[in-house]
Design a binder for this molecule. Structure first.
Ligand code: R5P
Length: 282
């Protein structure tokens, strides 16, 4: 078994190879004069672990080409971040079901797939092969403990991420809750923890994804307004579209942490361990 990866998943792939006690196959990536992607892989094994986050369209094309180049029915696919997974319903006529389209394409040429914290587990049914979702919540809990966090309040920004927050907090026996929106008027909405009080607390907001940063930034400002002492944020995928990271910092978020599912300067915890365990187990 060897590991191979797209250009934007090299760091995670290297950590995964170390965890699996194997090596990463070198790939030369280039483009044809018209801009089309091209690649040449080094010495392949009969069983390849193909790692590629779909962070943009170039990464998606590289992943499709890599699966084709590896060409063995024993190959396994790792999608640390599955772009397009959030369009998982047809909200109006004429729209694509993007998650289904991408899952269908990526099912060809691999025997199983692992996705880290897929947006909605129902997305897994769109793959034509066995598909497994792996949760990074325990790693985030352990990481926060190691940073010296003492009895923080772990808060999900909405009910949808409440179970995730509970799994992060559960590692250390910390308090957890989720924010609940109350509509004050047609224009005004307030948000506060559903059951607990943020006053005087060190709060860590945990979410699957930070995209525009709007959700975490709004939550941060409201929590300071309710007397929180410190607000930090930890997510699985740091998309940080546009100026999202700066927006978070200027909204008072003291520390922003994310994983290497999307490789960033603030990727301070790795999905390598849970992926390696998943591959060994399944
Ligand atoms: C999805 O898991 C949640 O609704 C996220 O809170 C949301 O997608 C984050 O997006 P943004 O950073 O753009 O507010």
């Amino acid at each position: 078994m060897k590991v191979i990866c797209t250009e934007k998943s090299q760091i995670l792939a290297t950590s995964l190879a170390r965890a699996l006690k194997t090596t990463v196959v070198e790939v030369k990536y280039s483009r044809f004069p018209d801009g089309e992607h091209y690649l040449v892989a080094g010495d392949l094994d009969e069983e390849m672990i193909i790692v590629g986050s779909v962070v943009d369209n170039d990464s998606l094309v590289q992943l499709i080409l890599l699966i084709d180049a590896c060409d063995s029915s024993k190959n396994q696919l790792v999608l640390p971040y599955m772009g397009y997974a959030r369009q998982d319903k047809q909200f109006s006529a004429g729209e694509p079901l993007s998650a289904r389209a991408i899952a269908g394409i990526l099912s060809r040429g691999v025997s199983k797939v692992f996705v880290v914290n897929v947006h909605d587990p129902a997305v897994l049914r769109f793959f034509d092969i066995p598909a497994h979702s792996l949760s990074l919540a325990p790693e985030i809990g352990t990481f926060l403990k190691e940073t010296g966090c003492k009895e923080p309040l772990i808060l999900a920004p909405d009910a949808g991420a409440a179970r995730f927050a509970s799994a992060v907090a559960g590692v250390n026996g910390w308090d957890f809750d989720h924010l609940e929106k109350t509509r004050l008027s047609s224009e005004e909405v307030s948000m506060a923890p559903k059951n607990l009080c943020a006053e005087g607390r060190d709060v860590v907001i945990v979410d699957y994804i930070s995209s525009t940063g709007g959700t975490l930034a709004t939550a941060s400002r409201l929590l300071y307004g309710q007397g929180a002492r410190n607000v930090s944020a930890a997510c699985v995928y740091g998309v940080f579209a546009g100026g999202a990271y700066s927006h978070l910092i200027s909204s008072g978020v003291r520390q922003v942490y994310c994983s290497d599912t999307i490789e960033r300067g603030c990727s301070l915890y790795s999905a390598a361990g849970i992926i390696s365990d998943g591959i060994t187990r399944c």
